[in-house]
Design a protein around this ligand. Structure first.
Ligand code: GAL
Length: 369
């Protein structure tokens, strides 16, 4: 139940910036908070964060007196479409959707729109449709920058203030990205490459495989096994006579299986120390790996806060009010710029995990023990 508690940040107290396009929809059910049904469609239960997201959103909506239909689609697009369709058929008054394929919901959301059901795009941007109302997420470009920053500082190329140390390497690295159908994956990659590319160009970083294009390094469905199957042959082909120094990995669900491949190849020993490997989500397994010195970093995104943003948006819409946003320019979904609320993420390393994750109450010390 650790994630079901409400965050200390009160979203309503945060700054409202930018003028919103008029796009709120008042549902047929009215806005009195009684007997309103909210459909919550989450992508998968394969990583802890999405389970926490679903449960947090559900708990917070129920605390406001709403009924909730929470569904997980196990990374299967037709399943998610069918789940959303059923929510619409069941008379949902609002939808909160963490999409699998951001481009696959156009038709079903046209039906939601026809039924005047407001839609919140949750964490991942739903693309190619005008039938969404708001986007609740983290500053995803900044997540990518943070991942690259922690890779560079782990290698000693930049110091804790972000300034170059003058260390020239060369450091051998490999790059991994997330699922191509998830808009976030591209945004993380672009954010990271904005920092890494100059060091690749100057030869401080060397991607030995030469594989740097997003399409080449992407991992469909964020599948950790798929990523592991890519790393094994890369190590065999390029790292028998030299050591791998670092890996840009986009999320813990990928980083942790990569660590196992590395362990199998003899890394994590005095002769072959762990490469600097990045992550994202502060999944408990990954944080344990950070504590053990195996994973260099993860990115903490407080899913309690994200749930609160989405729930506050839903509640405003159900009451006929305009939700608070703080970014009305960054997220063009191919059809419209979606008014968004972006939350801040934080890099977690061995140095600060206690302060960031334990003292904040996100995990207990026992959970990480
Ligand atoms: C992204 C999300 C990340 C990570 C990843 C894999 O969309 O923003 O936090 O969870 O999916 O599930």
């Amino acid at each position: 139940m650790r994630h079901a508690t409400r965050p200390t940040v009160v979203v309503g107290a945060l700054l409202l910036t930018g003028g919103l396009a008029a796009c709120s929809v008042i549902p047929a059910g009215g806005g009195d908070g009684d007997d309103l049904l909210v459909g919550v469609a989450m992508p998968t239960t394969t990583s802890q964060r999405w389970i926490d997201d679903g449960e947090n959103v559900q708990a917070q909506l129920e605390a406001l007196g709403h009924q909730v239909d929470l569904q997980f689609a196990e990374d299967d697009v037709p399943t998610q479409v069918a789940q959303i369709q059923k929510m619409i058929d069941d008379g949902a008054d609002a939808l909160v959707i963490g999409s699998i394929d951001g481009t696959a919901l156009k038709d079903v959301l046209a039906q939601a729109s026809a039924a005047d059901i407001p839609v919140i795009s949750y964490d991942r941007l739903i693309r190619d449709t005008q039938d969404i109302d708001y986007y609740a997420t983290f500053d995803n470009a900044r997540v990518g920058v943070q991942q690259a920053t922690s890779l560079l500082s782990g290698l000693g190329v930049i110091d804790e203030t972000g300034e170059p140390t003058g260390v020239t390497g060369p450091f051998a690295i490999e790059l991994f990205a997330g699922s191509p159908d998830d808009n976030n994956a591209t945004v993380f990659y672009q954010g990271a490459m904005s920092l890494l590319q100059p060091y690749i160009d100057s030869g401080v970083l060397v991607v030995t495989s030469g594989e740097t294009a997003f399409e080449t390094i992407a991992t469909p469905a964020w599948n950790g096994e798929t990523a592991a199957k890519r790393l094994g042959p890369l190590l065999d082909a390029h790292y028998t006579s030299r050591r791998l120094d670092g890996i840009l990995a986009p999320a813990d669900i990928i980083s942790v299986p990569l660590l196992e491949v590395l362990r199998g190849a003899g890394y994590g020993t005095d002769a072959k120390p762990w490469p600097v490997v990045t992550g994202q989500d502060a999944d408990v397994t990954a944080v344990k790996a950070v504590v053990a010195g195996e994973l260099h970093s993860t990115i903490y995104k407080d899913t309690r806060q994200l749930a609160e943003v989405a729930v506050t948006m839903v509640d405003a819409l159900l009451s006929g009010e305009e939700p608070e946003t703080n970014d009305v320019t960054s997220y063009d979904n191919g059809v419209m710029v979606v008014p968004s609320y972006l939350l801040a993420s934080q890099v977690v390393t061995q140095d600060n995990y206690e302060e960031v994750l334990v003292e904040s109450g996100y995990y207990t010390a026992e959970e990480l023990g």
